[in-house]
Design a protein around this ligand. Structure first.
Ligand code: ATP
Ligand code: LTN
Length: 326
């Protein structure tokens, strides 16, 4: 059994890209691995958050985790800030990292480019992520390609500490998405579907109602050719819709192309609305059943206790290696 760890930020608008790209992998992996899934609220405060909204978003992600099929009997599900070891290990790792390597992180460069001075937390974000991963002796980290650099720095840090202090950390591997699994924005199919994009019709959120889903799909960007075929270079919009159709229906892309031979985009989009709504509604139903329940709170408390027990062991080992404490 391999130890799997991953996290999602509670920043709202969990969309079908997050679902097809990350959450579905999480569910699959819990069958034969020892999985820990975290809601990384400490990461989310690297940018300003409204406290009330953040609290709601944390519970939303937790309820969605369960609604898509994460099973608290198989996986540990918890909120990062409820386990103090994350911040503690991050500090120790910070003392073994360099401003040079953190300055090279593309996510930091992107998120800080418009201001003269960025929050320190945004700069040290990758170290907290490394702490999340190393704290649980993680073997595998399922994430999107955008996280490659962060996994690399985690591995570097683990190896650096192991070389200096003797074997302390497991060096983790990333498990990255296949290119085709990347869901693109509906209004601009050359950029990825994103939580933070301004246009709500650029994404389909897992909590959108059927009407909104219909609007977003019907107005999605295609092209003037009028044929339904996969060509991500020349027909990025249609190709993206084909990917979504395929993911939700289980049909292969070639099969879908065949089914819609000679049809117009309107008919194809109408059916895609049906397929998407059909896939999302059962998730929403489970979400609503659990979102306000005491069960959800109990699951997160139990998850935090279990995560804490494991993290304390790792921290004790690290502190001993470093000569910290008594
Ligand atoms: P933002 O765009 O606002 O930075 P996000 O939509 O990328 O946010 P994250 O919380 O950063 O959301 O991502 C959660 C997980 O979902 C990550 O593993 C990420 O790689 C994956 N993911 C995000 N967007 C997509 C997408 N469009 N297609 C497939 N996977 C995605
Ligand atoms: N940076 C990640 C979220 C994240 C994470 C982690 C993922 C924080 N800590 C540990 C995997 C393992 C993101 O933005 N997707």
């Amino acid at each position: 059994m391999k130890r799997v760890f991953s996290g999602v930020q509670p920043t709202g608008n969990i969309h079908i890209g997050n679902y097809l790209g990350a959450l579905m992998q999480f569910v699959e992996l819990q069958q034969d691995n020892d999985c820990i899934y975290c809601i990384v609220d400490l990461h989310s405060i690297t940018l300003p958050q409204d406290p009330k909204i953040l609290k709601d978003n944390i519970l939303d992600v937790a309820a969605l985790y369960l609604a898509v099929g994460l099973d608290p009997k198989k996986s540990v599900i918890f909120v990062q800030s409820m386990v103090p070891g994350h911040a503690e290990l991050a500090w120790i790792l910070m003392c073994n990292s360099y401003t040079g390597e953190l300055s090279r992180m593309t996510q930091f460069k992107q998120k800080s480019k418009d201001s003269e001075s960025a929050p320190t937390g945004l700069f040290t974000y990758p170290i907290l992520m490394a702490a999340d991963i190393l704290l649980y002796d993680t073997d595998v980290v399922p994430v999107g390609n955008d996280q490659k650099q962060h996994i690399e720095i985690t591995r570097d840090l683990a190896e650096r500490v192991n070389n200096k202090y003797g074997k302390t950390f497991v060096v983790p591997d990333g498990r990255f998405l296949k290119e085709g699994a990347r869901i693109m924005s509906l209004d601009d199919p050359t950029s990825k579907m994103s939580k933070s994009a301004e246009n709500i019709h650029s994404r389909i959120s897992l909590l959108d109602d059927a009407n909104k889903i219909k609007k977003s799909i019907m107005r999605s960007t295609t092209d003037s050719e009028g044929s339904i075929r996969f060509d991500s270079i020349n027909k990025p919009g249609v190709s993206n819709l084909l990917n979504i159709y395929s993911a939700f229906s289980g049909m292969g892309v070639a099969e879908i192309e065949k089914k819609y031979e000679g049809c117009g985009y309107g008919d194809f989009k109408k059916d895609l609305v049906e397929v998407t709504v059909g896939a999302i509604m059962p998730i929403q139903q489970r979400y609503h059943e659990i979102r306000k329940s005491q069960e959800l709170i109990d699951i997160l408390k139990d998850g935090a206790e279990r995560a804490n027990a494991t993290s304390e062991k790792t921290l004790a080992r690290v502190k001993k290696k470093f000569g910290l404490g008594l």
